[in-house]
Every structure is written in C-alpha cells, then in structure tokens.
Design a protein around this ligand. Structure first.
Ligand SMILES: *[C@@H]1O[C@H](CO)[C@@H](O)[C@H](O)[C@H]1NC(C)=O
Length: 219
C-alpha cells in the first residue's frame, strides 16, 4: 500500500543538489583559488553524506510505519482486517413458535420460544422482546401463519406502542400466511417485538411462525 516513491524523490533531490553544486562551481568566482574550491567540495560532500543519512532514516521510518500498519490490519484495531469482525458488535436472531398460540389477547406480545439464533443475546424468549444493545440500523422480519379457517392481525412494534408494520394472516377453510419486513433506526435500549394488533381469531400457528432481526450497521 506504500510505494517507495519518496525514496526516488530523495535521490532526485540529491541529484538536483549535486547539479546545483557543480553549476555553482562552474560559475565564475571572485576567488578561484584551490583552497576555496576544496572547501566547497568538502562542504558539498558533507551535505551529500547528511542527505544519505536522512534518506536512510526515512527508509527505516517508512519500513517501521509499514510494519505497524500491517500489525494494525492484522489485529483489526484500524477497523478492518480479520479480527475487526470479531470486535464489531454482532447482533442477530431468528426465533419461532414451538407450539400453537391460541387465545391471544389484543396487544399481547407473541413469545417466540424456540430460539434458533441469538447472536449477542438481545432477544428474550421469556418476554418475546428484542432490546437493541447498540444504536444502529436494524432489519426485522416476521412471518405469521394463522390457525385453520381463522385470521390473526399482528404487528411489529417499537417500544410497545408504535406499530411500525402490520401483518394480516388468514384464509377461509385454510391457514394463511402474512409477513412484513422493516428497517428501523434504533437507539440503544429500544424494544422491538411482534404483538397482536387486533384480536380476531387469536391464533398463531406453531413452528410455522417466525421472527428475525439483525443489526445492519451501527451509527
Ligand atoms: C370457517 O369459518 C366460517 C366463518 O367463521 C364458518 O362459517 C365455517 O363453518 C368454518 N369452516 C370450517 C370448515 O371450519
């Protein structure tokens, strides 16, 4: 990711300096005596040596920098690299109902008790509530299958009050699916769940009804 362009620049600078030195030597001088000439050559030699030393220091510093950047990349401290993913907050869950849920009351939170995935542990199967562990952009989706020949209206809710997406499930002489997906900007501590929107049928078919969510990106 680093070129050695700055080394070339250093050599170019050296070259220019030498040319300038030679040019100034060739220029008519007020005192062209040998001593003065030697003095100037020595002065030039000293300067060239200093520049070589500077160039060496620069190269060493550059190699050190490359080494530390490589180390940062490997450790993930810079926010990229293999270990960075491990340090990032991983939040995602998939849950489903293990059994049929009849007789649900209005606004009742559906408890998806069969936890398939719960990375970060933000979903609580005892309450059915997902609590945002970090502010960010999240995606949630719920699919609800109704009971036979009945309907149920549910909703994805934010903080127990706002229905952010409604789901209608039902069919005549059959079971019917309803689903919805939302992207939400959540603050840390916000709660998301699936609750009964309107108590009509009050029946969620077990194992076929799922709720999932994932953190897309933190703020
Ligand atoms: C389906 O529901 C309708 C309306 O509630 C009812 O009249 C009908 O008998 C039901 N059919 C079956 C097969 O359960």
């Amino acid at each position: 990711m680093f070129s050695v362009g700055s080394c070339n620049q250093t050599y170019l600078l050296l070259f220019v300096l030498v040319v300038m030195g030679v040019a100034s030597l060739e220029a008519p001088s007020a005192c062209p005596c040998e001593e003065k000439f030697l003095e100037r050559i020595q002065d030039l030699e000293r300067k060239v040596n200093e520049m070589y030393l500077d160039s060496d220091k620069l190269t060493t510093k550059m190699l050190d920098t490359i080494e530390s950047v490589d180390k940062l990349l490997a450790s993930g401290v810079a926010g990229v690299g293999p270990l960075a993913a491990k340090q990032r907050q991983i939040v995602s869950f998939t849950v489903r109902t293990s059994k049929n849920l009849p007789y649900l009351s209005e606004s009742e939170v559906i408890k998806f008790d069969d936890v398939l995935v719960n990375n970060g542990g933000a979903y609580d199967k005892h309450t059915g509530i997902f609590t945002s562990p970090v502010s960010g952009v999240y995606l949630f989706s719920a699919s609800i299958l109704s009971g036979f020949n009945s309907t149920i209206e549910t909703m994805i809710t934010l903080n127990g009050q706002h229905d952010v997406s409604r789901i209608y499930s039902g069919a005549f002489k059959n079971r019917g699916y309803g689903s919805n997906t939302v992207v939400l900007n959540l603050r840390k501590g916000d709660e998301v769940s699936v609750a009964v929107f309107y108590g009509n049928g009050n029946y969620v078919h077990g194992k076929w009804s799922t709720f999932c969510g994932t953190l897309l990106e933190t703020y």
